[in-house]
Ligand binder design. Structure first.
Ligand code: ATP
Ligand code: AMO
Length: 476
């Protein structure tokens, strides 16, 4: 059995050793009796040199090495020597090639050059080729080979692991709810319809109704789920996908729904601090291509109420698109609020609590101080959103566990204009589940791609998805 060495592990202490690596040919050039290959594996590169002066290496061999098409995969056996190759990540070593075997030859007509794709397309220098996002996404397997993309995908993979490890330690049970559903979970028109053995069905807009049933009615109490979420939103924005990854949790609450906020606060602080400490190298690789301000967060997240958020905007002189105190904020004003909060409190991350009831889904617990005593447009709810760099990453709330109140709200939200709640008969199995006793409970849902996009301050959510789905894209 042969022993393989990863390119990223080869450093000064390897000098004198023989290694065997499998890597892509990043670049190659033959010059006289020498051939220089830059070998790339993941985020790492090392220079390899073959010399016709060496035993067993002919001039023909040098010519052959110089002509291996870029992106081919090769096995190289070599001796490690000390060197100074500033252009490679493994800068203080070089490989003296003994043998090279082409494992998989790349066609020479690459649709995009790695060196071009490895640059930030948003601020090209004069004469540089710009690889636009569409070209990258059309040839995503090649685009993903760039060091920045390798690092983005590693960071994205860490977040679900940090999510589950934090929750596992706190008694949460991982669940998998169905994605083929008989009706909408969130209501509205953003649902993908399909046929299920002759019956109408749809793809899950969220695990909402199932995570609630499992937590409150099936006695699991604390559950989490990581799964795909489908939204037929025909909106071509930088932050919406038609399929994204939801990190959801739902938990029984004993005294106050702030117990849910406390879990989220601890969870995010665990995620942020782990990314900073364990992924410093990846963050550095990404920031060299897509520079970003380090993400500022307080040990305990700032909490403001929706009313305070509106007041902060008014104090800052923002009046555009601001209607009443009980209307939803526009995306633009959310971003402005993010700036105001950053300036005033020094944090890119905060929680906004106590949203108006009329802009939250039917399952949201009304605020007992305003419901039902105030008129509908002045009622509040026990619900919250979390923001990173002024954009929403999470929605959550206490939910209704009383069957009578739930039916009242389902009916109201289905029939009142502008709410778009699902028809009561389409969610009967959900509402019936609350007939036989249900724990008070609450939870929230996080958009994975949003969190990673905003942590890294990337310009487009598609950069965080391996194969994004948007209204215009169904391949690759
Ligand atoms: P949710 O998670 O509740 O969907 P969200 O952050 O995705 O929250 P939505 O409520 O889905 O936001 O979308 C509403 C926001 O997205 C609005 O503020 C709207 O301005 C913005 N938006 C939606 N579609 C577009 C679009 N095509 N162009 C610009 N902005 C859009
Ligand atoms: P909501 O609809 O706000 O809430 O979704 C939760 C989080 O998912 C992310 N998100 C998206 N990410 C990418 N593309 C989209 N089209 C998209 N839409 C939403 C956002 C958002 O904050 N059931 C509730 C959650 C709950 O209350 O537990 C829900 O689905 O980061």
């Amino acid at each position: 059995e042969r022993k393989w060495t990863s390119v990223g592990s080869i450093e000064a202490s390897f000098v004198g050793k023989r290694v065997l690596v499998r890597a892509r040919v990043h670049t190659t050039r033959a010059k006289g009796s020498l051939a220089f290959l830059v070998l790339r594996q993941g985020c790492f590169t090392v220079q390899a040199v073959a010399s016709a002066q060496d035993a067993g290496c002919s001039k023909a061999m040098i010519g052959f090495l110089g002509k291996i098409p870029s992106e081919s995969i090769v096995d190289v056996e070599a001796k490690v020597v000390g060197a100074d190759v500033a252009s490679c990540t493994q800068a203080d070593v070089e490989l003296q090639i003994a043998t090279t075997f082409v494992v998989s030859k790349a066609a020479p007509d690459l649709p995009l050059q790695l060196a071009d794709a490895a640059r930030n397309e948003l601020n090209p220098k004069e004469g540089e080729v710009v690889v636009g996002l569409d070209t990258r996404l059309n040839h995503r397997v090649i685009d993903l080979r760039t060091p920045a993309n390798q690092a983005i995908m590693r960071i994205k993979s860490a977040v679900p692991l940090l999510f589950t490890s934090y929750l596992d330690k706190r008694g949460f049970v991982g669940v998998n709810s169905p994605k083929l559903l008989a009706g909408a979970s969130e209501g509205g028109s953003s649902v993908f319809s399909l046929e299920y053995f002759g019956r109408p069905a749809c793809l899950a807009q969220s695990p909402q109704l199932y995570k609630q049933m499992l937590s409150a009615c099936a006695d699991l109490e604390r559950v989490y789920e990581i799964g795909p979420v489908f939204r037929a939103e025909d909106s071509n924005t930088r932050r919406h996908l038609c399929e994204f990854t939801g990190l959801d949790l739902e938990m029984a609450i004993y005294e106050h729904y702030y117990e849910v906020l406390d879990v989220f606060a601890g969870l995010f602080s665990h995620i942020f601090s782990s990314l900073e400490t364990k992924f410093a190298a990846e963050l550095n690789i990404i920031s060299q291509v897509y520079p970003f301000e380090p993400f500022k967060h307080l040990p305990k997240p700032l909490r403001i109420s929706f009313a305070e958020g509106i007041q902060l905007l008014r104090d800052a002189g923002v009046t555009d698109d601001m209607q009443g105190d009980f209307d939803d904020l526009s995306t633009e004003n959310e971003k402005k609020l993010g700036n105001v909060v950053l300036e005033k409190y020094g944090t890119d991350y905060f929680i906004m609590d106590k949203y108006p009831l009329s802009i939250r889904p039917f399952y949201t617990m009304p605020d007992p101080h305003t419901y039902p005593s105030k008129p509908p447009h002045q009622q509040l709810s026990n619900s919250f959103d979390m923001f990173m760099r002024g954009q929403e990453i999470l929605s959550g709330a206490q939910r209704i566990h009383d069957h009578k109140l739930l039916m009242e709200r389902v009916t109201y939200c289905h029939t009142s204009a502008g709410h778009g709640g699902p028809a009561p008969d389409t969610i009967k199995s959900y509402t019936d589940a609350f007939k036989h006793g249900a724990f008070p409970h609450g939870g929230g849902g996080i958009g994975l791609e949003r969190v990673v996009m905003l942590y890294l301050d990337l310009s487009n959510i598609r950069k965080v998805s391996c194969f994004p789905r948007d209204p215009g894209r169904l391949t690759p």
